[in-house]
Design a protein around this ligand. Structure first.
Ligand SMILES: [Zn+2]
Length: 59
């Protein structure tokens, strides 16, 4: 059991099983994180959707 903290809203939530490179979502604000498992420690990396390039909308 891991306790994860959402850096978006500050909520903590528990996850029973977790795998490296897995995506988890905060149950409160639905922010998505990528799990990084290293040496038994869990780190959350903010998940950024790819291919969302809004930089060229004003052509
Ligand atoms: Zn959250």
């Amino acid at each position: 059991m891991f306790v994860l903290k959402c850096s978006e809203c500050g909520n903590t939530f528990k996850v029973d099983r977790i795998k490296d490179d897995e995506l988890v979502a905060c149950p409160v604000c639905e922010a998505e994180y990528k799990v990084l498992l290293k040496d038994g420690k869990v780190t959350l990396e903010e998940f950024v959707y790819e291919n969302e390039d809004f930089g060229e909308l004003t052509k």
